[in-house]
Design a protein around this ligand. Structure first.
Ligand code: NAD
Length: 296
């Protein structure tokens, strides 16, 4: 398949590389020239703008870091909306259901179909092609994109309503955000009381406390204190804020989400948007006066 790919960052790069390896013809664009060059070296064609890609490909995928970036790339000047050949814009980014619906409406005016396709599973999942790929949009167009999406992970059709895959993704990431801070508080409690954090993680993973933070993030990035899991705090906070907005717009009670949201605002203030999201434990450690893991 001929595919355009915009946004070649932590997630976009390995997804684009897998598509090339699966023999799809890729045309790529990023605001960072070095990201384009790395994929051109692997066999992709370079493009000079989102419009340039949309002049050349019917299906354009994007993996972008903010709501504004998705809106600009899709509908701004020099954006996908101006392309002569494009038929569908598949947004792999997490932008929330309201922004997805807005982009859907703007692109529809130019007969371009918007497909939500947020993903879960992290950089490791993007490298291995094992992401959970949540898709919403017109079923026929979703089917046409499936040969590409199958290469990056397991595709789940969520519904035809614009934005519904985004709602699914926010539910997932709210749980991931909660697991990270709840596990941090649990382990800090143990360390403060004199327990060994590595033993704690082994016990939790053999017991009913098991979650994605205890299973993946603590062993790989927290206990060794490498804080390099590959997902920025700024992106996690974007998703937590979007989940809170989504719950609010539905008139829901959200006791846990508000507490989790407050904690992530402290984390982004103390650690910065560019820090890895596994650094979430640091303000919790600081308040307790302990350090979890590291060299003995
Ligand atoms: P990233 O910041 O590593 O990559 C974003 C890329 O987009 C960068 O290469 C940047 O140069 C490029 N870019 C920014 N603005 C652009 C523009 N206007 N035009 C073209 N390129 C532009 O981010 P990431 O971690 O790869 O995340 C991308 C999306 O995937 C986000 O929505 C994020 O929430 C979501 N996501 C990330 C992960 C993860 O583990 N990193 C997991 C699931 C979902």
């Amino acid at each position: 398949m001929e595919i355009g790919f915009i946004g070649l960052g932590k997630m976009g790069f390995p997804m684009a590389r897998r598509l090339i390896e699966a023999k799809h013809q890729l045309t790529v664009f990023d605001t960072r020239q070095e990201a384009i060059s790395k994929l051109v070296a692997l066999g992709a064609q370079p493009a000079s703008s989102p419009k340039d890609i949309a002049d050349r490909c019917e299906t354009v995928l994007a993996s972008l870091p903010s709501l504004q970036a998705s809106l600009d790339v899709a509908t701004g000047a020099g954006g996908v909306i101006e392309g002569r050949r494009v038929k569908r814009f598949v947004d792999l980014s997490t932008v929330g259901s309201q922004m997805a619906a807005k982009i859907h409406g703007l692109l529809a005016k130019n007969n371009i179909v918007q497909i939500d396709s947020p993903v879960s599973g992290g950089v490791g999942g993007a490298e291995k092609g094992t992401l959970a790929v949540m898709v919403s949009g017109p079923r026929a167009d979703c089917e046409l994109t499936k040969p590409a999406l199958d290469v990056i992970g397991k595709v789940f059709f969520i519904g035809e309503k614009p934005g519904s895959a985004q709602t699914m993704k926010l539910a997932n990431n709210f749980l991931s955000a909660t697991a990270m801070v709840a596990t941090s508080e649990a382990v800090v409690m143990g360390v403060k009381a004199g327990l060994d954090p590595a033993v704690m993680i082994d016990v939790i993973n053999a017991g009913s406390g098991l979650n994605t933070a205890s299973r993946d993030k603590f062993p790989r990035s927290v206990l060794p204190r490498s804080f390099d899991f590959g997902f920025a705090t700024g992106l996690m906070v974007k998703d937590v804020r979007l989940a809170l907005e989504e719950m609010k717009s539905l008139g829901l009670s959200m006791e846990v989400a508000e507490a989790v949201g407050r904690l992530w605002e402290v984390i982004i203030r103390d650690e910065g948007a560019e820090s890895d999201f596994t650094a979430a434990i640091k303000p919790i450690e600081k308040a307790a006066g302990v350090v979890v893991g590291g060299a003995k």
